[in-house]
Design a protein around this ligand. Structure first.
Ligand code: GLU
Length: 436
């Protein structure tokens, strides 16, 4: 009997049966910190949740209405997506970038994350990403078995990827197939690119025929509403990735979009094959509702105006507050993230047993209840004392309503934040006090 048990234990052991690319891989850090924070709250702890990057704002009313009206839609939709939605997404990017996209250029998926996985699966090339980068690009490449190359950025350049860095990497093996991911406004730093920088990156991408996956999921959350896509300068090699999750406050709805130039329709078609054999099609009612979001209109513009205005003042306030005590943190241009470097505090932190970003965040959570994510999950060196703060733990409906009462020409101020985003102000103070 004992023998038999041993044998079955062996048969079902993860070290024998798990795919080597998945073995030892932890669950995604963004989702894990969210679940851990929720668990601590269940246990009665007060936690300020700056871990998961989830929009604090509600889904715009008109989009919710359309979802309600379409709850009855029960049929499987085409693999590439509802035609009306593909048209709306093409129109959205056409309006934004002036590129004459068509519905045929669009692929809809259950979240842009899934589409990113599939594009890496079907395209046989290395993944090239800057450090820091969003937590899931590299694990996806690892699961598929692709090589990953991290390119350096610097605080002096606001953690943005510089074209020389791409050039240096590509010239070592010019013909190698590669996907490069450029994400702006950026997760985890909030930084974006100037037009001249985008043009310079586009020149290198064209020279080495890179597939440029331009992750613009935060594009509409550029704090000044000035997002520009690199697709304008490298249209033939750029896929723009977007979705409802961030600017439309609908992360849990799971709807992502890719738009391709005609020259990359073969990639779209290959992705559709995988889609047809895996997720089949994206949820029908969600797709019908998303048409409204991508068509836009005055109410969506107003919603975005106020969301940006709140995020802008919040990002400025927290980054300035941290800078004041000596934390190195670039002021964000968009999205709802800050990437902070606490290396200046290394010796004090070391005396408290903190030697790396993991222990920094674990101890901060334990001592102050502020949950943030360690820099190492964004591809930073283990020992760097860096972390991402997602400034999203506030009542977005309340903040939007309060912003609506303030004239458009006026900036929001600290009193607004104390009233409408009190936990964010408290989190900044707690972090600064804790640093000593
Ligand atoms: N993109 C969000 C983040 O970085 C959450 C969603 C996810 O990671 O899947 O926190």
């Amino acid at each position: 009997m004992a023998d038999k048990n041993n044998k079955s234990r062996k048969l079902f052991s993860p070290s024998i049966n798990l795919n080597l690319n998945v073995r030892g891989l932890p669950q995604s850090a963004t989702l894990t910190i969210n679940e851990k924070s929720a668990e601590l709250i269940r246990q009665g702890r007060k936690v300020i949740k700056l871990g998961l990057g989830q929009s604090p704002f509600p889904v715009p009313h008109s989009v919710i209405e359309l979802l309600q009206e379409n709850a009855f839609q029960k049929d499987y939709l085409p693999v590439m997506g509802l035609y009306a939605l593909r048209e709306a997404v093409a129109g959205f990017h056409h309006r934004g970038e002036g590129i004459p996209y068509r519905a045929e250029d669009v692929l809809i998926g259950p979240g842009s994350k899934e589409l990113m996985f599939i594009v890496q699966l079907v395209y046989y090339g290395d993944l090239v990403i800057p450090t820091p980068s969003w937590v899931s690009y590299a694990p996806q490449a690892r699961i598929i078995g692709r090589q990953i190359h991290w390119l350096q950025t610097s605080l002096a350049n606001g953690l943005r990827l510089m074209p020389d860095e791409i050039e240096r990497h590509c010239q070592k093996d010019p013909d190698r197939p590669r996907i490069i991911i450029l994400n702006y406004p950026n997760n985890p730093s909030g930084c974006s690119y100037k037009t001249e920088e985008l043009k310079a990156i586009a020149r290198v991408a064209r020279k080495y025929r890179l597939i440029l996956l331009s992750d613009e999921i935060y594009g509409e959350l550029h704090h000044k509403g000035q997002h520009v896509s690199i697709a304008r300068f490298y249209p033939e090699g750029t896929i723009i990735s977007s979705g409802l999750s961030k600017w439309c406050g609908a992360g849990g709805w799971r709807l992502g979009t890719f738009i391709f130039p005609e020259s990359l329709h073969w990639l779209r078609d290959a992705m559709a094959v995988v889609a047809s054999e895996t997720f089949t099609a994206t949820s029908a009612p969600i797709q019908y509702a998303a048409v409204r979001a991508f068509q836009g209109g005055e109410d969506i513009e107003q919603y975005l105006f106020h969301a940006r205005r709140v995020l802008r003042v919040l990002g400025r306030f927290i980054s300035k507050r941290l800078q004041k005590i000596g934390v190195a943190v670039p002021e964000p241009d968009g999205a709802f993230y800050l990437f902070a470097n606490f290396n200046a505090f290394r010796s004090e932190l070391q005396s408290r047993g903190i030697r790396d970003s993991e222990s920094l965040c674990a101890k901060l959570l334990e001592d102050t209840g502020v949950a943030i994510l360690p820099g190492n999950v964004f591809g930073r060196p283990e020992e760097e004392l860096s972390a991402r703060l997602a400034y999203v733990d506030f009542d977005g409906s309340k903040a939007l309503a309060a912003s609506e009462k303030i004239p458009a020409g006026r900036q929001l101020d600290i009193d607004f934040l104390k009233e409408n985003c009190p936990k964010m102000v408290e989190a900044a103070e707690r972090i600064c006090d804790w640093m000593g």
